[in-house]
Design a binder for this molecule. Structure first.
Ligand code: HEC
Ligand code: HEC
Length: 388
């Protein structure tokens, strides 16, 4: 009996010693992790991005790499400098459906300020309720885009603004007819005079005014901006870890970089569906370079919670889906990845920067938590009164 009792005692002692060792090991790990997070928080919110941990970059991203950070000031082109009068005229035109053939569709129909300056639809409805083939892009922060549209076919906002007016599926009106229509509206005379010195309406002036208005549609300071500026308690641990993953293990920063969160390049992430229903040749349509087949403009991630659905074809509804897609390195095995266009065989060559990331579910949700900090609340905007 005595023997049994002492054995139990010994066993008890051994177990409790082991248990102690284990829990102090766990405790040590917890402490280490907390110290790691505290240190990251200190570095990232130091107000000086040169103190941040080094990003993990692929060599091919280097030529266009700019560290993430605040949006810089907007540059206005020499031949279209800013004035408040021009901005006001541009805003009025942007909301005026008389720029369309049916007098029903304004730029704002598809770029609605309450819907993140987009329309939150997979594809937009335009003239005669025709469906387009691409997802409407938000025009928030568009001043920072070096070229416009998913394929970059417009080089400036001035050039871009005439395109939807003339696009048969969008506003379907000839730009000269639009200029004539606007010139006949008495109330516009004073607006053109204030903006350009006299009341003459030209398509060039219409474009310049709309472009000026668009350059002013910018994000206000986001949680991310406040955090990196020194408000160290602005971020939760998950948001902080998400920022770190974005720049390191997940390597999103290879393409989504600078204050605009886009390197303004065209990349193939394997979304072009070549040879399948819904195929889109992307950048190839503009350059006719075979390696551009399936490349699209890298979109900004600022305001990303407001600009769903995602990708050029609006094929993904949630950020979780998008991050899971990247985590798997977008396996396109089931796709043809090849098509014949105008007698030329085109193959989709996915960027080497899109590869299996093996993110855990926790890491996926941390990345998402970080992306959400790039959005701001939608501002109430006063709609202009349409001139009579
Ligand atoms: C019927 C819906 C519709 C209307 C109306 C419309 N857009 Fe768009 N907009 C789109 C779609 C769809 C895209 C993307 C098209 C593409 O990439 O081929 C786009 C893209 C853009 C872009 C490019 C943004 C970027 O980041 O590259 C700008 C700028 C823009 N539109 C401004 C305008 C202006 C200005 C007007 C009015 C003159 C207008 N849009 C009217 C649907 C519309
Ligand atoms: C090789 C460059 C590249 C890398 C790396 C990359 N992206 Fe992208 N991203 C793109 C391109 C190009 C698109 C547009 C694709 C399309 O429209 O079909 C895009 C689209 C997106 C969109 C949709 C935005 C919208 O408005 O439609 C999100 C969100 C996004 N990326 C997040 C991420 C995250 C998170 C990572 C890291 C896990 C990442 N990206 C890594 C190039 C890249």
């Amino acid at each position: 009996m005595k023997n049994v009792l002492s054995w139990i005692l010994v066993l008890f002692l051994v177990v409790s010693v082991l248990n102690n060792c284990l829990s102090s090991k766990v405790q040590k790990e917890v402490n280490q992790r907390n110290a790691f997070i505290d240190n990251l928080r200190k570095l990232y919110s130091s107000g000086d991005s040169s103190k941040w941990p080094k990003p993990i970059l692929d060599p091919e991203s280097a030529p266009s790499f700019v560290e993430i950070g605040h949006l810089p000031n907007v540059d206005f082109p020499d031949d279209n400098q800013y004035s408040a009068e021009k901005e006001f005229l541009g805003k009025t035109l942007f909301f005026d459906p008389r720029l369309s053939k049916s007098n029903q569709i304004a730029c704002a129909s598809c770029h609605d300020p309450e819907l993140g300056w987009s329309d939150n639809r997979t594809f937009s409805f335009g003239h005669d309720r025709q469906l387009g083939t691409r997802n409407a892009m938000s025009i928030l922060n568009v001043a920072y885009a070096k070229s416009l549209f998913w394929d970059g076919r417009a080089k400036s906002l001035e050039e871009q603004s005439q395109m939807p007016i003339q696009d048969e599926r969008e506003m379907s009106e000839h730009i000269d007819i639009v200029a004539g229509k606007i010139a006949k509206i008495k109330g516009y005379e004073i607006l053109f005079e204030k903006a350009f010195g006299d009341k003459t309406v030209t398509k060039d002036r219409i474009s310049k005014a709309i472009a000026t208005f668009e350059r002013m549609i910018k994000s206000s300071s986001s949680k991310f901006d406040q955090f990196i500026d020194g408000k160290s308690d602005a971020y939760t641990n998950d948001e902080l870890m998400g920022l770190h993953l974005f720049r390191t293990k997940a390597q999103c920063i290879n393409c989504h970089n600078s204050g605009y969160f886009s390197n303004n390049q065209f990349e193939n992430v394997g979304t072009s569906l070549l040879g399948e229903k819904g195929e889109d040749l992307g950048r190839y349509l503009v350059t006719k370079n075979q390696e551009d087949a399936g490349r699209f403009k890298v979109p900004s991630l600022r305001e990303v919670t407001r600009t769903f659905p995602y990708f050029h074809n609006g094929s993904m509804k949630t950020l979780t889906e998008v991050i899971q897609f990247y985590s798997l390195g977008n396996p396109e095995f089931s796709q043809k990845r090849s098509t014949v266009h105008e007698g030329i065989t085109l193959n989709s060559q996915k960027s080497g920067m899109v590869r299996m990331l093996e993110l855990s579910n926790e890491e996926i949700s941390q990345l998402e938590a970080f992306l959400r900090t790039l959005s701001t609340k939608s501002e109430k905007i006063d709609l202009p009164e349409l001139p009579k």
